[in-house]
Design a protein. Structure first.
Length: 295
């Protein structure tokens, strides 16, 4: 890696379960990472990993050529970047990379506001969860100008295995919402299939084995049913609240575009109801409890 790249300063905002290992991969790749998180423990962990923790978001951004946000939603991203002019200390023409899950139309508006301040935006949400954040093998969906994505790509490749260019700003977040709709619908279908079979007298483990050897196979049957749901460990590392939020973003996008997508609407309603019943911080695989109780 060139000495120029080694000197590149990256502000990393959001050092949670996924953000922390992502920041550590950037450090390992030779970037100068200055991070911020509300958690003092997370900041200490970044220091221990070879990065530098800042006491405020503004401090983290001073002199940075890139900003990565890994935060719960677009509203928080917006406040982190624009609140108290936190991004004012960035280098001119810096690239902001929002790797959170946000509403695509809000992302477009944010891109225009950042542009008025001489900054560029790439929305680059991820898929793969904590496990693939730790291994550095995330799938990344990048929206923005080709030149901006090209400039951001060394950072994206330091934390991910595949980088897909999805189109203009906002398209990455649209794709993330679509992905999580399909994923969340698959979880519900797998759970309801198992409950139906169990009620008839089939063994749940057998149902999953057959699904995984047949056309019913999906991500939930392969990596969630036995591992987290049938085992009742419920430890996938992805919260119900986050799944519900992403699917609702997809449903709202469909409404904005004048599309009637009944499966999407019903899936969004089910995850919203599960979140309300179980609590937004519960692991999303625990939705089986909502489905069982609902019946």
């Amino acid at each position: 890696m060139s000495s120029t790249l080694n000197a590149t300063r990256v502000a990393f905002i959001g050092l949670g379960a996924m953000g922390q290992p992502m920041a550590q991969h950037l450090i390992s790749a030779g970037f100068d990472v200055v991070g911020f998180d509300l958690s003092k423990e997370a900041r200490i962990k970044l220091d221990d990993a070879g990065g530098r923790a800042a006491e405020t978001i503004s401090d983290a951004m001073v002199g940075a050529s890139f900003v990565i946000t890994m935060l719960p939603n677009g509203k928080i991203v917006r406040e982190a970047l624009l609140g108290e002019n936190a991004c004012g200390g960035l280098k001119q023409n810096a690239v902001v990379i929002d790797m959170s899950s946000s509403a695509p139309n809000d992302t477009r508006e944010l891109g225009l506001e950042l542009a008025s301040r001489g900054l560029r935006l790439v929305d680059a949400p991820v898929s793969g969860g904590v496990k693939r954040a730790v291994s550095g093998t995330l799938t990344i969906m990048a929206g923005g100008e080709d030149a901006d994505i090209e400039e951001a790509e060394p950072l994206l490749k330091a934390v991910g295995q595949q980088v897909f260019r999805t189109g203009p700003v906002g398209s990455g977040h649209a794709m993330k919402a679509i992905n999580n709709f399909v994923s969340g619908a698959g979880v519900l279908a797998a759970i309801e299939g198992v409950l139906l079979g169990r009620a008839f007298g089939l063994e749940p483990a057998t149902i999953v084995d057959i699904l995984n050897s047949s056309s019913g196979k999906n991500n939930a049957t392969e990596v969630k049913m036995k591992q987290f749901i049938l085992s009742e460990t419920f430890g996938s590392g992805f919260a119900i609240g986050l799944m519900a939020k992403d699917i609702r973003i997809a449903a709202d996008l469909a409404k904005t575009l004048g599309l009637r997508l009944d499966a999407l609407a019903s899936t969004a309603d089910a995850w919203d109801a599960a979140q309300k019943a179980l609590g937004s911080s519960e692991d999303h695989t625990r939705i089986i409890r909502y489905v069982e109780d609902h019946n």
